[in-house]
Design a protein around this ligand. Sequence first.
Ligand code: ADE
Length: 419
Amino acid sequence: MKYDISDIRLAGKGKLRIEWAEENMPVVRLIRERFKKERPLKGIKIACCLHVTTETAVLVNALKSGGADVKLCASNPLSTQDDVAASLVKDYKIPVFARRGENNTLYYEHIYSVLGNKVHVTMDDGADLVSTIHKERRDLVSDIMGSTEETTTGIIRLRSLEKSKKLLFPVIAVNDADTKHLFDNRYGTGQSTVDGIIRATNILMAGKVVVVSGYGWCGRGVAMRARGMGANVVVTEVEPVRSLEAVMDGFSVLPMKAAAKIGDIFVTLTGNTSVIAKEHFKMMKDGAIVANSGHFNVEIDIPALEKMSSKKRFIRSGVEEYRLKDSNKRINLLGEGRLVNLACAEGHPAIVMDMSFANQALAAEYLVKNSSGLEKKVYKVPEKIDKYISSLKLKSMGVNIDKLTPFQKKYLASWEIGT
Ligand code: ADE
């Protein structure tokens, strides 16, 4: 079996941590047990480009139990948990191509390795597999049944492909399932981003001004959790409805130029580029902390920061202190501007990834069963799957809910009954 990881000797630690995550992933466990019996993915080659974490290990193991031939590479150079990569290779016999801290060249070599000579389903977090296939590996397209996509940024890229009529196979937008973005993006990113900032810096959140850029589901989560820890949260946005929501949720909303002057900690979650740029760094307070929790490391203009600085040093693990030439002020950049929740912490907790990855597993099964009837479009996860996952999750949490009575069903279906 071919693989490329940092250190196979880390497998023991990785295996224990994978078992810990598995405990908190009851829905994926249930799917895995059914997959073991039914083998719906028998003979299907699945290339996964996901963050290599304990939770991802539980997912790929479930896919393998369903009969799939799975290969895994990282969806970010700095998010790989090397002990998990080692255990997947040693204990679960899954080929992994990922090393924490890999450079861009190796990152793409690993993408080529999981694609190999033939693939039926691709599973992306950020659309790097799909984009590589469209740009460089069109020879693979004839065998591809479709792809699944985990994250908002990936969906934006795929919809742009679809819009330009260049999409070559169907895609299931896992991110857009309610049981994904309402929980993973909000509560997962909310907690794990604050966790990453705190693990990297050990700062006290209470009393700090935290500037959250972007008020999508991820931004909402971070704003909510930072406020819960006593921070004064300022939101920056470009979209009027979201800005209004942030105002009515009780946050200050300011343009970045105004926020830059007062922030102690900045977090970007916009999916866009250059959200924190040269003019903003200039205005920041000495010692400001800057982090990104969006998918790509383009939200903070790091090349500009480099140019403006006379020197930089790692002051703590995951914290690079830049010294500005003109003012002698310091700006602290976390996790090289990559996803702070995965670069400086462990990503979202297993209990929330359980729903995201249940969607991934069932979306892969759906693609395989329905591939002949699907067009070259971006599809939503079928509502039936979303509802099924929410019901199982509630059950695993011991939460019971009411059912509509026949009388209520009839009432909801009627238009005649009024005042
Ligand atoms: N994205 C965010 N958190 C994650 C995790 N724990 N595993 C995989 N992907 C993630």
